[in-house]
Design a protein around this ligand. Structure first.
Ligand SMILES: [Zn+2]
Length: 408
């Protein structure tokens, strides 16, 4: 977002007034986003960052302060002559969202405020097969209630964001297909709004798309414009940020890479095809390669694999390495297709990163040299909560994009 100098002032309906109002709202958004992502800043730092003059910054901070979104404290450090510059910072309870993650093995709910401040968070394990839609929504409501009650008295709830392991239509939160939950054409956004009855906008999105958003906003990748997030639980999910903007497809269905063809001699996939990426690099493929785990599945089995790997079990390390190889083969296709700067491995791959990093890089060496040499394959920084963090950022975005409008 770029800034243009302009004095704050009320719109008066004339073309000049409308333009001045748009400029003021744009600048408000830019300053708030800077404080939300970058933390506290002095007026001097905001002036230097934005190129705006000191009095414009003072007006903007004053307005954000009147909206209850930013507070200013007297500065204690002195970088030059004169009085210390006051320090502006977001007020977390000035804009709070409810973030939700529905995965196969677990479900999480968090209350998150401006600045990414997590007031509270609950994650519960789920049994495979316990995915009845209304029961799931009721469980979310049950988990959310105590978290909302524990918020500071003056909190301002502005939205709800939900990350779902499935293909989601963004504009109304319809889950078109979530094969691992057994959901199809489910109006989840509507169900969450009706059951929780919070009277705030509800945003539902694919979990890997939100993993990418979480890493971009909170994983130290703010300056990186081309990011691919790859996560796995049962299936493989992929979230893309290209040119700094999420690449969602016309309805939000883009990035379904789990069924990308990688192995002509591979196994039959649940989709009916053979040699899909997730049959070689997904959780089931990994667990199938560790013979001693044949009796267990899901989170329990993944925990056991992590434990065996940490103990140096040779068969387990080989199974992880084989899985990493196929993960890398698929990544080489993604590198050729999107020419990303960073590929972030989340979910299952985050947990196993130290054991599969080498084989992933080996598998990814199939990519065209020019693209391969410029991409960094790294583990998730945000970690297990990347999609939950992404859900909170999605729900806060409307307010941050236009604080004056959204906060009124
Ligand atoms: Zn498939």
């Amino acid at each position: 977002m770029s800034l243009v100098n302009g004095k704050a002032g009320p719109a008066n309906g004339s073309p000049r007034g409308v333009a001045a109002d748009q400029l003021r709202r744009h600048n408000l958004a830019t300053v708030l986003e800077h404080l939300h992502l970058g933390g506290a800043a002095t007026r001097s730092q905001l002036t230097a960052f934005s190129g705006l003059n000191r009095s414009t910054i003072a007006d903007l901070i004053g307005e954000l302060s009147d909206l209850g979104l930013v507070a200013e404290a007297r500065g204690t450090t002195r970088s030059g002559p004169g009085r210390p510059s006051p320090v502006a910072q977001v007020v977390p309870e000035g804009a709070v969202v409810l973030a939700v993650e529905v995965s196969v093995d677990s479900m999480a709910v968090a209350t998150v405020g401006l600045g990414g401040h997590v007031f509270n968070q609950i994650r519960i394990a789920r049994s495979r097969g316990q995915f009845h839609p209304q029961t799931t929504v009721n469980d979310i409501a049950e988990m959310a209630r105590p978290l909302l009650s524990a918020l500071p008295a003056q909190y301002n709830l502005v939205g709800m964001g939900a990350a779902i392991v499935g293909i989601v239509r963004r504009h109304d939160g319809l889950v078109h297909l979530a094969p691992n939950l057994g959901w199809r054409e489910l109006p989840l956004g509507e169900m969450l709004a009706d059951t929780l009855d919070l009277n705030v906008p509800v945003h539902v999105a694919n979990d890997a798309d939100l993993g990418a958003l979480g890493e971009h906003r909170r994983g130290g990748l703010g300056q990186v414009s081309h990011i691919v997030y790859i996560g796995a639980e049962v299936g493989i999910g992929c979230g893309l940020i290209i040119d700094g903007v999420p690449l969602l497809g016309s309805a939000g269905y883009a990035g379904e890479v789990g069924h990308m063809f990688v192995n002509p001699d591979g196994h039959e996939c649940r989709c009916g095809a053979t040699g899909c990426w997730e049959t070689e690099a997904g959780e089931k493929a990994l667990l199938g390669r560790v013979e001693s785990l044949s009796a267990v599945s899901g989170l329990e089995a993944v925990d056991a694999v992590v434990k065996l790997a940490a103990g140096g079990d040779a068969d387990t390390l080989q199974a992880i390495s084989d899985t990493g190889h196929w993960l890398g083969v698929g990544i080489s296709n993604i590198v050729n297709l999107f020419n990303p700067e960073v590929i972030v491995l989340g979910g299952l791959y985050h947990r196993l990163f130290e054991y599969l990093e080498h084989s992933v890089n080996e598998g990814a060496s199939r990519a065209l040299h020019a693209s391969r040499k410029m991409v960094q394959i790294k583990e998730s920084v945000v970690g297990q909560n990347a999609t939950l963090v992404g859900a909170s950022e999605l729900a806060l975005a409307e307010l941050i994009d236009d604080p004056a409008n959204a906060a009124n």
